[in-house]
Design a protein around this ligand. Structure first.
Ligand code: MN9
Length: 289
């Protein structure tokens, strides 16, 4: 049976920072805004959350803050991937104790690991927890491209509950989904949400959901109501904004859009840099909701 609690629209939550830690008040306010907008859950501490720029203690604080503010209203998937298996297992233990509904991890980062190592990494994570583990497949950022057979082998590990698919080989997504009808699959490229849903995704996880949850939900709801024309109309609306943020940098631009819409969420951590005036003017002109 598919875990319905995990399905739907889950913003890949961005992180608000103070000079030396997490801005818990801003995070709590933002998660409530997203819950009020009607999203189904949150994906916490992933790429969009600048996880790679945070300490493990900060990642724990972030997750605790989110669960405290909206854990009773939303499904919480904790991204626990780090550069070491040891670090990942430590975050996994913490996330389960803190009350997350599922765990997730990107494929191991930085070195070019072989498939044997990638699979073993997920075996270790899955053995560590009683929660479902969601594989995060994002070859463009990790450099690890897995074949359909390799992804299916990892999905066969007990406790692996599904996959976040940030790629555009929808034939691959459809074949894997068909082989695992009870597992949960998420579209990861917001600009292709309609295509992912058409390939059988059960929902989506994305960074742009932070600033346009209503438009993203409109795509999802129209698709579920078998209204492809309306879904495409909202996808086109979303894509006008996504094209612009891809031009200026996804996470800095997303935070700037929140600021321009009266929901200041602070700046990204370096090496990200504040946007220039020209970029800000282009983002100001966008119609997002
Ligand atoms: O998978 C996000 N990917 C990254 C989720 O953060 C690298 C997406 O939401 C993209 O940011 C978005 C823009 O390309 O689709």
């Amino acid at each position: 049976m598919k875990n319905q609690k995990l399905c739907g629209i889950l913003p890949a939550l961005m992180t608000a920072f103070t000079d030396d830690g997490i801005d818990c008040a801003k995070v709590a306010r933002h998660t409530k805004y997203l819950a009020d907008a009607g999203v189904h859950g949150l994906y916490v501490g992933g790429s969009s959350g600048e996880m790679i720029l945070m300490t493990e203690d900060e990642r724990k604080t972030l997750l605790e803050t989110v669960i405290e503010s909206v854990g009773d209203r939303l499904t919480i998937i904790a991204h626990v991937g780090t550069t070491s298996t040891r670090g990942t297992l430590e975050l996994a233990r913490h996330a389960e104790a803190a009350g997350a509904d599922a765990l997730s991890s990107v494929t191991p980062l930085y070195y070019r690991y072989g498939f044997r190592e990638v699979k073993h990494y997920y075996e270790r994570l899955a053995a560590q927890t009683s929660l479902p583990v969601i594989i995060y497949n994002i070859p463009a950022l990790t450099g690890t491209t897995l074949t359909t057979a390799q992804l299916e082998e990892i999905l066969s590990i007990p406790n692996v509950g599904g996959m976040k698919f940030t790629a555009s080989d929808f034939f691959q997504l459809e074949r894997i989904r068909a082989a695992f009808p009870d597992k949960v699959f998420y579209n990861g490229s917001d600009e292709m949400l309609c295509s992912g849903l058409a390939a059988g995704a059960d929902g989506g996880i994305g960074s742009t959901y932070n600033f346009m949850p209503k438009t993203i939900l409109a795509i999802y709801n129209a698709f579920r109501a078998n209204d492809a024309a309306t879904a495409l109309m909202y996808q086109a609306k979303a894509n006008a904004a996504i094209a612009m943020i891809l031009k200026h940098g996804v996470i800095p631009s997303s935070k700037m859009i929140l600021k321009l819409n009266g929901m200041d969420y602070g700046e990204c951590r370096e090496p990200f840099m504040p946007l220039g005036d020209e970029a800000i003017e282009e983002l100001r002109a966008l119609d997002v909701e």
